[in-house]
Each structure stands twice: as structure tokens, then as C-alpha cells.
Ligand binder design. Structure first.
Ligand code: PHE
Length: 463
């Protein structure tokens, strides 16, 4: 008993924390900004008809995902524990910890399919460095042949997971925070440049129309459901990722303004990614609903067309872009990894290294299944989906919104009002923008709306 107690105290000391305010925002924004913005957002927007989808998405970010994010920050900093232990501490002897368990399991699933796309990005980085992506080529076929290759994408997926592992194993301040601080500003800069290149391509205006002119007559419950999934996925909310990060925040961190900042940065990057992809898609005569390959087929086209006179510059841009996309993917993958690593480390009282190794090992196995579902395992399906699509569906559209409802009810109804107020106001020291409105959102609007979108999609129940 004595040994256990001492161990717990030591582990609390060793948990680590973010070293600066800007580090908090950039690490959380690093988690949020990733393939979800630059790859998944355009893919979903393309599949779901464009501008109307984007508008619904924006509403969901503001009214559903943002309150959940603030809720996660509150739970994380209040408990200073991993996402399972947080509920155990704050609500002992109740089933609330199930939200945490669901988060840890989802963390494994998300990281597994995410690493597949990140592996593609890694390969495209190398392809652009070796010049294999330059010149006028059939990028659609190049991409198709690559993802269905029996082992090449698997190797890149494994390599990506190893890199993620190394950063997480290094810890909070010198691993996660340092890395995010360096990469996020660089990413924003290159994205802005690409927007300019893309909207000035010939025929770009069709793409702008697709992004800006909503056609609400085409909106279906399925599109609304997808927009909600995308909002949760893009902001990394609902599976305890930000609970875990907030457990490393200090007492000075302003939770609400951090949440607002992270949402703003994330949304900006997603919209800008739309402005990079769609003008080009229309400019080169592709269909906007091309699916997961959209980014990997359209972007090489941007580089070739925009720099037809100066191919070397095109190559340089291509290298820079895929490298940064890879880094954005890394700042997100480390946050997914940290959900389970923090849990395993603290629950089983083991070292960070060992916990990280377990997480990486499991994700490697699951990731291989996802990767093979584009090639040799194409025909293996569960509920009509391959592993990749299944993991994406289960997490983004199912566990994240469901976890979101749980977090809203926990913060809005279970936690004491004074506790919530103290966390948000830093014990009376800070002013909180929209405090009353936030409470209204987290207690009523968010849980009810999430539940309605769910019921509507799953059982066809509408108001
Ligand atoms: N938000 C990340 C992205 O947009 C993905 C993510 C989901 C990260 C869940 C952490 C947890 O790429």
C-alpha cells in the first residue's frame, strides 16, 4: 500500500506539463490541425456536395464541437489525469469512466487508419524529393497503383508510426510541445502560398462556386451526419485527446480562450485547404467526389500546372507541401498516441517508454489491416466496409459524437457549477468570454443536437 502510494505521488510529479502559453495553444492546435483538415475535409466536402456541407460543418464546429472542447479542457485540467483516471477521480464508483475507456479504444482505431494516410504522405514526400512526381503524369493511376501495392504502403505506415513513437516517448515539453511550436507557423505560411497558386489557375472559378454557393436542396440526413463527424474529427474532440493534453496545462492557462483559438486556427486551415483543392480539381477537370485520393491526385497537378515554365520550382513546392502535411499529421498522431500512452503508463504504473511501445505495437497491427484493405484485402468487409472505412466510420461518426454527449452531460450536469466556473475563470482571476452562453450550449444545445443528428441518421427519426 505504502509503495503504491509513493509510486502514485512520483508519477504525478513525473507527468510533465506544457512549458508556455503559446506551447499549449500550438500543441492543441497541432493536435487539431492535420490530415483531418487537409485530406479529410476536402474529401468529405467533395463527397457531400460542397458549400452547403461547409456551412453545416461550421455551425457544428461552433455550437457542438467547441463546447465539447472547452468541456474536455475543464475535465483534463481539473483532474490532472489520463482520460480514464479523470472520470475515476472526479466521479468515483460510477460508470462515468466508460467515456474514458471508449476514448482510449477509439485512440487506437483513429491512429491506425490515420497512419495509413500519413504513410501515403510520407511516400509522396520521398517521391517529390526524388523528382518522381514532376512532369505531366497520370497521377490518378500512380496513386491507385501505390495504395493497392501489397507491401509498399505498409512499410510507410510502419515508418510513420515509429516516428510518432519516438516523439511521444520523449515526453511532453521536449517532445510534443517543442515539435508543435516549430511546425505550426511553417505550415500556415505554406498553405497561404498554395491558396494563391490554386485560385489563380485557369478555370478555378468553378471550384470557388462549389465552395461558396450552397445548394440546400441536396442536403440529406447523411450529409448532416457527416458534417458532425467531420467537426468532431477535425477538432480532435470526443475521445479524451484534449482531456489528456489539458491534464498537462498549468493553472494560468485560460481554457476558454485557448479553445476559441484552437477552433479558429483549425477552421481557418480547413477552409484554406478547400480553397487549395477545389479550384484545382475543377481546373484539371477532375470530379470533386473522387474520395480519399483527392489530395494525392490534385496537388501534384497544381504543382505541374502552376509551374509549367519553372518545373524546378514546382518540385520544390511539392517537396515543401508534402513535408509539411507530414508534419501536420505528426502533430496530430502524437496526440492520439498520447491518449493511450498516458492511460497505460498511469493505470499500469509503467514507464512512458514501455507504455508507448505497447500502443505503437497495437496500432501497427491494426494499421496493417487498414492499409491492406486498399489492396489484397479489398474483399474483406464488415458491415459492408473495409477496415479503413470501418475504423474511420466508427470513430468519427460514432465514438466521437457519442463521447461528446457524455462530456457535455458530465461537465454541464454532473460536475459542480463552482468547479466548472473556477476552472474557466482560473479561480476568479480571468474573465471568460461567453460564460453564460457556454453553459447553455454544453447543458442543452450540444447534447440535444448531437443526439438528434444521431437518431435522425441511424433510425430515420426527424423532428
Ligand atoms: N484532428 C486531427 C486532424 O484533423 C485528427 C485527430 C482526431 C487527432 C482525434 C486527435 C484525436 O487531423
Amino acid at each position: 500500500m505504502q509503495r503504491n502510494y509513493t509510486l502514485t505521488i512520483n508519477m504525478a510529479d513525473e507527468r510533465g506539463h506544457f512549458g508556455s502559453k503559446i506551447g499549449v495553444i500550438l500543441a492543441s492546435a497541432g493536435s487539431a490541425v492535420g490530415l483531418g483538415n487537409i485530406w479529410r475535409f476536402p474529401t468529405e466536402t467533395g463527397k457531400n456536395g460542397g458549400a452547403a456541407f461547409i456551412l453545416i460543418y461550421l455551425l457544428f464546429v461552433l455550437f457542438l464541437a467547441l463546447p465539447v472542447m472547452a468541456g474536455e479542457f475543464i475535465i483534463g485540467r481539473h483532474s490532472r489525469a489520463n482520460t480514464v483516471e479523470a472520470y475515476r477521480k472526479m466521479a468515483p464508483n460510477t460508470p462515468w469512466f466508460i467515456i474514458g475507456i471508449m476514448g482510449v479504444l477509439s485512440g487506437f482505431l483513429v491512429l491506425s487508419f490515420y497512419s495509413v494516410v500519413a504513410g501515403w504522405t510520407l511516400d509522396y514526400t520521398l517521391l517529390s524529393i526524388t523528382g518522381s512526381l514532376s512532369g505531366n503524369q497520370d497521377f490518378e493511376n500512380i496513386f491507385g497503383a501505390f495504395v493497392s501495392h501489397p507491401y509498399r504502403p505498409v512499410l510507410f505506415l510502419l515508418l510513420f508510426l515509429v516516428i510518432t513513437h519516438v516523439i511521444v516517448a520523449k515526453g511532453i515539453e521536449s517532445g510534443i510541445e517543442k515539435f508543435s511550436k516549430l511546425m505550426m507557423p511553417l505550415l500556415l505560411g505554406i498553405i497561404l502560398l498554395l491558396v494563391v497558386l490554386s485560385v489563380t489557375m485557369p478555370g478555378a472559378s468553378e471550384g470557388l462556386k462549389f465552395l461558396l454557393q450552397p445548394d440546400f436542396s441536396k442536403v440529406t440526413p447523411q450529409i448532416v451526419f457527416s458534417a458532425m463527424g467531420q467537426a468532431f474529427f477535425s477538432l480532435s474532440v470526443g475521445i479524451g485527446c484534449l482531456v489528456t493534453y489539458a491534464s498537462y496545462f498549468d493553472k494560468e492557462t485560460k481554457l476558454m480562450s485557448s479553445a476559441l483559438n484552437v477552433c479558429a486556427i483549425d477552421t481557418l486551415v480547413a477552409i484554406l485547404a478547400g480553397f487549395i483543392i477545389f479550384p484545382t480539381v475543377f481546373s484539371v477537370g477532375m470530379e470533386p467526389n473522387a474520395g480519399p485520393g483527392l489530395v494525392f491526385v490534385t496537388l501534384p497537378n497544381v504543382f505541374v500546372h502552376a509551374f509549367s515554365e519553372m518545373p524546378l520550382l514546382g518540385d520544390l513546392f511539392s517537396i515543401l507541401f508534402y513535408m509539411l502535411l507530414l508534419l501536420a499529421a505528426l502533430t496530430s498522431s502524437i496526440s492520439m498516441h498520447e491518449i493511450s500512452t498516458a492511460f497505460i503508463r498511469e493505470h499500469f504504473q509503467t514507464s512512458r517508454n514501455k507504455a508507448a511501445r505497447i500502443v505503437t505495437g497495437i496500432c501497427m497491427l491494426l494499421g496493417i489491416c487498414c492499409s491492406l484493405s486498399f489492396g489484397p484485402w479489398q474483399d474483406i468487409t464488415i458491415f459492408g466496409m473495409g477496415f479503413f472505412d470501418l475504423f474511420d466510420f466508427l470513430t468519427a461518426k460514432f465514438f466521437m459524437p457519442l463521447g461528446g454527449i457524455g462530456i457535455c452531460i458530465f461537465v454541464g450536469w454532473y460536475m459542480k457549477k463552482e468547479e466548472v466556473r473556477d476552472e474557466l475563470t482560473n479561480w476568479g482571476k480571468a474573465k471568460v468570454p461567453f460564460y453564460g452562453f457556454f453553459l447553455f450550449l454544453i447543458r442543452f444545445v450540444a447534447p440535444v443536437c448531437i443526439a438528434l443528428v444521431f437518431l435522425n441518421e441511424l433510425f430515420g427519426i426527424s423532428l
